[in-house]
Write a protein that binds this ligand. Structure first.
Ligand code: HEC
Ligand code: HEC
Ligand code: HEC
Ligand code: HEC
Length: 387
C-alpha cells in the first residue's frame, strides 16, 4: 500500500495527465476480519484518486450496501455495465464514466463474468443478475462513442474470456484485464485493442505511456511496464505508519472478539492429544466418528466464511474455551472439528476405570443448545453416533 503510493507519487510528479484505473476485486474474503481490512483498503484506495474501478465479484462479498457505503465514504468510483438488481432489473452501479484528460475524453466501462458466482455475507445470493458481456458491450459502445474519444474497458473476465470478447466486439481501444494472475509486461494488441494486465493482490502495478493524436484522441503508440511492489522499494512513510497503526487496530479488533470467549476452562497441566492419538486403540469409535458430521464441523463454518469467528469456533472446534484448546496457530490448529476430546476431555486425563466416560454424556448440551440444536434429544442423537 505504502509502496503503491510512492510509485504513484513518482508518476504524478512528472506532471503529465494520468488516468488511474483498477480491474476490480479490491475487497477480501468473506469473513469479518477481512471485512474490517477492506474498510481500511477502501479508505486508502479512495485517497489515491482512482478514476474508475471495475466491479469484481469479490467486491460484493460484504453485500451491496457495504460497497455503496465505501463508495460514498471514500469516493471509490466503482462502475459496472452488466450486473443488475434481480428484482428491479436496474444496474447496481454507474454504467460507465467519462474522464477528460488533456482535452481527450475517455469513456471507461466495465463488465463482470456471469460465470463467477456472487456470494455475499449478507445472504442476497439471488439478488443479482449478470448479463452477457458481449451483448452488454454491443449495447453500450455506440452510446459511449457519442460521448467519448477513446474507449477503455475494465474487463473483469480473466484473460481467455476477455480475448473472446475483444474478438467479438470491435471498437474498444484499450482494455485492462481484471481477475487474472498474470502480468502482461509487453505491448499487446488484439484486433486493434491494446490489452493490459497486472497480477493480483496489489503486488504489481502496471503503467502504460500512451502517445495520443491531439487531433482525434486516437492512440498512436503505447509503451508498457509492470512494476513489482516487492519489498525492496521504499514505501511512503506516512502511509507505512498508517498501515502499522491499522495492523494494531486489526489485532485489537480480533482480541476484542476473542475476549467474549475467554479460555477459562480446563488446566494448563493437561493437553488435548488430537483425534489421531485415539485411532489406533479405539478403531470402532474411530469409524463412527469418521462418518459423523462432528468430523466436518470446521468445514461447515469455513464454507460459510466464518472460520475465524469465535462465535462459531466455540462449538465447531475442540476446546476453544479450554486452556491449550483450538487456536488458528499450530500446534493447536489440529484441534479443528468436534473431536473425541471435545466430549471426553483432555487425552492426558485418560482413565480406564469407567469414570472418564461419564463426563462425555454431559458434554452435548454445551453445544447442542436451544438456539443451535432445537431438536436435540440425547437418546435420539446418541443413537446416531453410538460407539
Ligand atoms: C463441542 C461442541 C459439541 C459437542 C460437545 C457435541 N456436539 Fe454434536 N454437533 C456439534 C456440531 C457443531 C454439529 C454440527 C456439525 C456439522 O454439521 O458441521 C453437531 C452435530 C451432531 C449430530 C449430527 C446431527 C445430524 O442430524 O446431522 C449428532 C447426532 C450429534 N451432534 C450428537 C451429539 C451428542 C450425542 C453429543 C454428546 C454426547 C454431542 N453431539 C456433543 C457440536 C457438538
Ligand atoms: C453453542 C454452539 C454452537 C455455536 C456457537 C454455533 N454452532 Fe453451528 N451448530 C451447532 C450444533 C450443535 C449443530 C448441529 C445442530 C443439529 O443438527 O441439531 C450446528 C449446526 C450448524 C450448521 C448446520 C450443519 C449442517 O448439517 O449443514 C451450520 C451451517 C452451522 N452450525 C454454522 C454455524 C455458524 C456459521 C456459527 C457461527 C455464527 C455457528 N454455527 C455457531 C452448534 C453451534
Ligand atoms: C460427540 C461426543 C463424543 C465424541 C466426539 C466421541 N465420543 Fe466417545 N463417547 C461419548 C459418550 C457420551 C460415551 C458414553 C456412552 C455411554 O456409555 O453411555 C462415549 C463412550 C466412549 C468409549 C467407551 C465405550 C465403552 O462403553 O466401552 C470410548 C472408548 C470412546 N467413547 C472413545 C471415543 C473415541 C476414540 C472418539 C474419537 C474417535 C470418541 N469417543 C468420540 C461421546 C463422544
Ligand atoms: C494405547 C491405547 C489407547 C489410546 C491411544 C487411547 N485409549 Fe482409550 N482406552 C484404552 C483402553 C485399553 C481402555 C480400557 C478398555 C476399553 O474400555 O476399551 C480405554 C478406555 C477409554 C475410554 C473409557 C474410559 C473409562 O472411563 O473407562 C474412553 C472414553 C477412551 N478410552 C477414550 C479415548 C480417547 C478419546 C483417546 C484419544 C485421546 C484414547 N482413548 C486413546 C486404550 C487407549
Amino acid at each position: 500500500m505504502a509502496r503503491r503510493v510512492t510509485f504513484l507519487d513518482g508518476v504524478w510528479s512528472e506532471k503529465r495527465p494520468v488516468l488511474l484505473v483498477d480491474g476490480g476485486d479490491l475487497f477480501g474474503s468473506r469473513n469479518k476480519n477481512e471485512k474490517y481490512q477492506s474498510t481500511f483498503l477502501a479508505e486508502m484506495t479512495g485517497e489515491m484518486g482512482y478514476d474508475a474501478i471495475g466491479l469484481g465479484e469479490r467486491d460484493l462479498n460484504y453485500g451491496l450496501p457495504f460497497l455503496k457505503e465505501m463508495m460514498a465514504t471514500h469516493g471509490l468510483p466503482f462502475i459496472n455495465a452488466n450486473v443488475r438488481d434481480a428484482g428491479t432489473g436496474e444496474l447496481i452501479l454507474p454504467e460507465y464514466v467519462i474522464v477528460e484528460r488533456a482535452g481527450i475524453k475517455y469513456g471507461i466501462v466495465s463488465v463482470l463474468d456471469p460465470g463467477r458466482k456472487i456470494i455475499t455475507m449478507t445472504a442476497e445470493e439471488d439478488a443479482f443478475q449478470v448479463d452477457d458481456p458481449v451483448a452488454t458491450m454491443r449495447d453500450v459502445l455506440p452510446r459511449l462513442r457519442k460521448e467519448a474519444d477513446t474507449i477503455l474497458l475494465l474487463s473483469h473476465l480473466g484473460e481467455p474470456k476477455t480475448e473472446e470478447l475483444i474478438k467479438e466486439v470491435k471498437g474498444i481501444d484499450m482494455c485492462v484485464i481484471g481477475h487474472t494472475s498474470r502480468n502482461i509486461s509487453a505491448e499487446r494488441v488484439i484486433n486493434d485493442t491494446a490489452v493490459f494486465s497486472s497480477a493480483y493482490e496489489g503486488r504489481y502495478i502496471g503503467r502504460a505511456n500512451l502517445f495520443v493524436d491531439d487531433a482525434d484522441g486516437r492512440i498512436m503508440a503505447i509503451d508498457v511496464a509492470i512494476t513489482s511492489l516487492g519489498d525492496k522499494r521504499d514505501g511512503d512513510e506516512e502511509v507505512t505508519a498508517r498501515v502499522e497503526q491499522y495492523k494494531k487496530d486489526l489485532l485489537e479488533f480480533k482480541t476484542a472478539k476473542r475476549a467474549a470467549y475467554p479460555r477459562t476452562m480446563g488446566s494448563d497441566k493437561e493437553t488435548f492429544l488430537g483425534d489421531r492419538a485415539c485411532m489406533s486403540c479405539h478403531e470402532d469409535a474411530w469409524k463412527v466418528y469418521m462418518d459423523s458430521s462432528h468430523r466436518s464441523a470446521f468445514a461447515t463454518i469455513r464454507n460459510k466464511g466464518q472460520s475465524f469467528e469465535p462465535e462459531c469456533l466455540s462449538c465447531h472446534t475442540t476446546g476453544f474455551q479450554h486452556k491449550k484448546g483450538y487456536s488458528d496457530e499450530p500446534p493447536f490448529n489440529k484441534l479443528a472439528n468436534v473431536q473425541c476430546e471435545a466430549c471426553h476431555g483432555y487425552g492426558t486425563q485418560h482413565a480406564r476405570d469407567g469414570k472418564w466416560v461419564a463426563q462425555a454424556k454431559d458434554s452435548c448440551i454445551m453445544c447442542h443448545d436451544q438456539k443451535n440444536s432445537p431438536e436435540f434429544d440425547y437418546a435420539v442423537y446418541w443413537e446416531k453416533i453410538k460407539h
